[in-house]
Design a protein around this ligand. Structure first.
Ligand SMILES: [Zn+2]
Ligand SMILES: [Zn+2]
Length: 280
């Protein structure tokens, strides 16, 4: 098609590293912060760092003379997040899993997909078979072969490989546990994004060596059946040993300032709109 699908892992490992920008589109838990109906100190805080949309990140880099754009998860706040980030196009979306807070913004890819379609191809959506089945069920009017809705998103579901190259950047699938479910984290260059984590399989640690930036979910201090606590996240952060660990998928129990003061050096709460340069 456009040449980039033939890029091999070997050639990626031997080229010079590119620089990209990783932006937190949202750092909140499934209900967002403020949480509707809640009047707690964090939900009524005037600190903008305490306003957290649903979890998602955006990765941008330059390849073949233009900006390339990958989003991880399109949650219910995707439209607002895309407006804030000034997104005018998306090349691909990687899905971690099919919970509502990670997928319910897929329909808002429509206008962006029309732009891409005019350039010669649909937006590529990478998902496991389980996630794909849920997306095909919810968005039947988009994915069904019988779909006739003329303004449906121009998107294409593709199988998620262990390593998926997109315009010269390799996205490595990093399995993590989310309660009983195995879901996907992703590594790209010297950064990794692991959300909704309650456990990290032993094999996945090997995929996380030599990181500059690790993004790791940490809901709150109180245990939860399908999310780790701040304390567990800090323990994994120490073992993985990234230069910087950024916590995300944060509930309203954690205020930005106070929680950050209690964290060890190198581990901090991320916030919506935060952008990090990453080596890809
Ligand atoms: Zn979630
Ligand atoms: Zn989830």
């Amino acid at each position: 098609m456009q040449g980039w699908e033939t890029t091999t892992s070997a050639s990626l490992e031997h080229r010079e590293r590119m620089e990209g920008l990783l932006t937190f589109l949202g750092t909140g838990t499934s209900m967002g912060v403020p949480t509707l109906g809640c009047r707690c100190a964090v939900c009524t805080s005037v600190d903008p760092h305490d306003r957290r949309l649903r979890p998602s990140v955006l990765l941008r880099w330059q390849a073949a003379g233009r900006e390339r754009v990958v989003v991880i998860d399109t949650g219910p706040d995707f439209r607002e997040q895309a407006l804030r980030a000034g997104l005018t196009r998306v090349d691909a979306v990687f899905y971690t899993h099919a919970h509502a807070d990670h997928i319910l913004g897929l329909d808002d890819l429509r206008p962006l997909s029309f732009t891409v379609f005019r350039e010669g191809g649909p937006i590529r959506l990478f998902a496991t078979p389980e996630t794909r089945a849920t997306l095909e069920h919810i968005y039947d009017y988009t994915f069904s072969p019988q779909a006739t809705y003329p303004n449906r998103a121009r998107v294409q579901l593709e199988p998620l490989a262990e390593r998926t190259p997109v315009h010269g950047v390799e996205f490595v699938r990093v399995p993590v546990m989310h309660g009983e479910m195995e879901i996907c984290g992703f590594r790209f260059g010297r950064a990794a994004y692991l959300t909704d984590v309650s456990g990290i399989p032993e094999e996945s640690f090997a995929l996380l060596e030599g990181l500059d930036h690790l993004v790791l979910s940490a809901l709150r201090h109180k245990p939860h059946p399908s999310h780790c606590t701040v304390e567990q996240a800090v323990g994994w952060a120490e073992r993985i040993g990234a230069k910087h660990t950024w916590l995300t998928h944060i509930a309203h129990e954690l205020g930005h300032e106070a929680a950050n003061r209690a964290l060890p050096p190198g581990v901090r709460l991320a916030y919506d709109g935060q952008t990090l340069p990453v080596s890809l």
